[in-house]
Design a protein around this ligand. Structure first.
Ligand SMILES: [Fe+2]
Ligand SMILES: [Fe+2]
Length: 209
């Protein structure tokens, strides 16, 4: 960006800048994921990262398709936000020795990345629509859906699987107590059902009589 001139003058410029920014971000994420895969010892987390690496490669190619639709060269613009998020994540990983704690830290670091991506895709979809570039929208929406799904899976892992505190809770915590109560309710209902059927059967029998 020039000192005396501002490079982003129009919404089209802003859209292009956003695409270049995200193109850079996705490429940096693709470079970081192998390291996260290596550090993840939880099998589901590891498999999730492996899947998302493949998705990220697909997202890079979708962005290339968007550039193509716009007759523009696919190139990245250095994005300090994603550099900072990834740097903070890798620094944190360097501070953790315990495997369980590492898995929890990896989930949180990955969610910071997903949330960043979701805001960027959301903005680009809105701007593409505003600029009458509906042809770009499905490509951007497909990637946004993958980021959201990844974020949801990470939340589920954080709550139920990866978090060692959560695992402990499953032995004597609040949630299992709730589950036990609902199982007891289901059992009572199931026990009540034959009696109801019997009553209905009785009515039918009376009607038939
Ligand atoms: Fe992505
Ligand atoms: Fe992502």
């Amino acid at each position: 960006m020039g000192f005396f001139t501002k490079d982003i003058k129009t919404m089209t410029d802003l859209f292009m800048h956003g695409l270049q920014d995200l193109f850079y971000a996705e490429n940096q994420i693709a470079k970081s994921l192998p390291d996260m895969i290596e550090k993840a010892t939880n099998p589901q987390l590891r498999a999730g990262f492996e899947k998302h690496l493949k998705e990220t490669e697909g997202q890079i190619s979708r962005l290339e398709q968007v550039f193509e639709l716009l007759d523009a060269e696919a190139k990245g613009e250095k994005c300090p936000a994603i550099d900072g998020i990834l740097k903070e994540g890798s620094e944190l990983m360097g501070e953790i020795a315990d495997e369980d704690v590492m898995n929890v830290g990896l989930v949180a670091a990955a969610q910071a990345v997903e949330h960043y991506e979701m805001t960027r895709y959301g903005a680009l979809i809105a701007w593409a629509s505003e600029l009458g570039r509906g042809d770009c929208v499905p490509l951007l929406k497909a990637s946004l859906a993958e980021e959201k799904a990844t974020d949801q899976k990470l939340t589920a892992l954080a709550e139920r699987r990866v978090n060692p505190e959560g695992e402990k809770k499953s032995g004597n915590g609040k949630k299992p107590a709730k589950r036990a109560a609902s199982t007891a309710r289901r059992t009572r209902k199931a026990q009540a059902r034959p009696a109801k059927a019997k009553r209905n059967g009785g009515k039918k029998a009376r009607r038939r009589a």
